[in-house]
Write a protein that binds this ligand. Structure first.
Ligand SMILES: CSC[C@H]1O[C@H](OP(=O)(O)O)[C@H](O)[C@@H]1O
Ligand SMILES: Nc1ncnc2[nH]cnc12
Length: 288
């Protein structure tokens, strides 16, 4: 059992959290470069939180240039035990309507030009990703969003495209044929990196549009912003509900120690420079 310390990654439309007590923006530096912005730290109901706007305040960082390694390292470095990500998504299914929420359980990675691991030459690790989200945190997020008044669908597969352009109609149809339910540009490599950092990760998605497979017209940022504006308060209320309803003690998760069975490089073959870059990610392993 440990205490909760929740990291929250706010996506499009969610750039701050008013509900935090003792709010303070803190600047963090990491061996992977700068995170998307400073982090808003504080607490709700005595539980410490760290909120990081994925695109920075004012939405300055495009999805393909989000430094997900620096973002996840930052939350780990600040002591977070779990990460809740909030994202705007397009719907690939008639049943997920704009204005509704989705608790994602699977993710397809179609990104192609982003650093997607902390483990490079000098220290190799292979973490399991069969179930990319934490079922416990996902269940809590789903219940919290429903309590905030949202219609929440689950399960659903999130397809991560490279962007920043939206899909072609043929791609959109292809992703539907694969069984993907929603589409966005940011869940990967974020979820992979959270797993490597031993952080249970959940993804609450706000549906902002039917992607272009639908005959309602092409995807359009102004329409996405309009739907998002109507949803952001519900997303914020869901976060507050989630934190207020966390069990007093945090039960251990298998993800907390996933690196124990993932690192393959022999101890005497490990590169000290690689280990130094991983100071936050490997802090628990180094203590063992
Ligand atoms: C503003 S529409 C496209 C943009 O919105 C989503 O961002 P996030 O996942 O951070 O909410 C999508 O992935 C794109 O980055
Ligand atoms: N249709 C869409 N495609 C990709 N990312 C999105 N974010 C919100 N809507 C989207």
């Amino acid at each position: 059992m440990t205490h909760w310390h929740l990291g929250i990654i706010g996506g499009s439309g969610l750039y701050a959290l008013d509900a935090l007590e003792n709010p303070r923006w803190v600047t963090v530096e990491t061996p992977w470069g700068a995170p998307s912005d400073a982090v808003l730290t504080g607490s709700i109901a005595g539980i410490p939180l760290a909120f990081l706007p994925r695109h920075g305040r004012g939405h300055r960082v495009p999805p393909h240039l989000v430094n997900a390694r620096a973002n996840i390292d930052t939350l780990k470095r600040l002591g977070c035990t779990d990460v809740l990500a909030v994202s705007a998504v397009g719907s690939l299914s008639e049943v997920f309507a704009p204005g509704e929420f989705v608790a994602v359980d699977q993710i397809i990675d179609r990104t192609r030009a982003r650093p997607s691991t902390f483990f490079e030459s000098g220290l190799v690790a292979h973490v399991p990703m069969a179930d990319p989200v934490c079922p416990r945190l996902t269940g809590l997020a789903l219940a919290a969003a429903r309590a905030a008044g949202a219609t929440v669908h689950s399960p659903a597969t999130y397809l991560t495209m490279e962007g920043p352009q939206f899909s072609t109609r043929a791609e959109s149809r292809l992703y539907r044929s694969w069984g993907a339910g929603v589409i966005g540009m940011t869940a990967m490599p974020e979820a992979k990196l959270a797993r490597e950092a031993e952080l249970p990760y959940a993804l609450l998605a706000m549906v902002t549009d039917y992607d272009c497979w639908h005959d309602g017209g092409d995807v359009d940022v102004s329409e996405i912003l309009r739907v998002m504006a109507g949803n952001a308060d519900t997303a914020r209320a869901a976060i507050v509900n989630l934190v207020r309803n966390l069990p007093a003690e945090r039960p251990a998760s298998p993800i907390d120690t996933i690196l124990d069975t993932a690192i393959i490089t022999a101890p005497d073959a490990r590169d000290p420079a690689a280990i130094a870059r991983l100071d936050a990610i490997l802090a628990r392993v180094s203590r063992c």
